[in-house]
Structures are given as C-alpha cells and as structure tokens.
Write a protein that binds this ligand. Structure first.
Ligand SMILES: COc1ccc(C(=O)NC2CCC2)cc1-c1cc(C(C)=O)n2cccnc12
Length: 121
C-alpha cells in the first residue's frame, strides 16, 4: 500500500531509530530507558541540568528534532555523562554508563556508519 505522507519516515529518522535500537540493547537493565526519577535519585534534577534518556531520544526522533547524526550522538553522550556525574565511580549505574558509552560509540564510528551510505552527508 502507498504510505501516506505523514507515515513516510525521513531517511535520517529511519537510521536514527535503528541506531537507537542497537544502543538500547546495550542497556539490559533499562537504567537508561526512562528519565531518572528524583525519588530514586535524591537531588538528581538539581545536579543534572540537562537530563536525557532513551525514551526522550526516541521522542526527539519522532518529532524530527535531530537535524544530524551528530546531534543524536551528543544526546547519547550527554545521557551517559550525566550518569557518570551523578553516580559515584563503583556504583552499578556509573559502571553501566561507562560500559554503555564505550560500546555504544564503537557502533557510531565512521567506519561502522559508512556502509549506510550518503544518508549521513
Ligand atoms: C530509569 O532509571 C532507572 C530505572 C530502574 C532502575 C533499577 O531497576 N534499579 C535497581 C537496580 C538496583 C535497583 C534504576 C534506574 C536508575 C538510573 C539511574 C541513572 C541512569 O543515573 N539511576 C540513578 C540512581 C538511582 N536509580 C537510577
């Protein structure tokens, strides 16, 4: 069937959704799936000025808020760095954020992304 204009996904959005799914797989405990709740993380919203999580990134893709792959990667780094800022080294969250950042960025190198073609130019 013919997709209505509203259903047509922009090439960049389709790519970002695929990259997001791959990053989410690296967060099996879903520590990064939703915004961090101040009730479980005392003082979080005063310490972390720009919170970020996977659900927010998904919403930004759907709202076409990402103008480039770099903006998407910046939010991923922000999310991981927030966790390494708020949580002390040695905590389950700090360790999970370090691991997620390193394994996630390996998927986002030019070498890995080049096969996806000129969508990125
Ligand atoms: C969406 O955020 C979460 C969702 C679920 C859990 C969770 O299941 N935590 C259990 C593991 C020991 C309790 C933790 C978090 C969580 C993420 C974070 C981050 C990412 O900083 N966090 C910090 C302090 C306390 N809890 C959390």
């Amino acid at each position: 069937c013919v997709l209505k204009a509203s259903q047509k996904r922009r090439p960049l959005s389709r790519l970002l959704e695929q990259l997001l799914r791959n990053l989410e797989k690296r967060d099996p405990n879903q520590f990064f799936a939703w915004p961090v709740n101040d009730n479980f993380a005392p003082g979080y919203s005063t310490i972390i000025r720009r919170p970020m999580d996977f659900s927010t990134m998904k919403q930004k893709i759907d709202d076409n808020e990402y103008r480039s792959l770099n903006c998407f990667i910046s939010d991923f780094k922000l999310m991981c760095n927030n966790a390494m800022k708020y949580n002390k080294p040695g905590t389950v969250y700090h360790k999970a954020a370090r691991r997620l950042l390193h394994s996630g960025l390996k998927q986002l190198t030019p070498q890995k992304l080049r096969p996806l073609g000129d969508i990125l130019t």
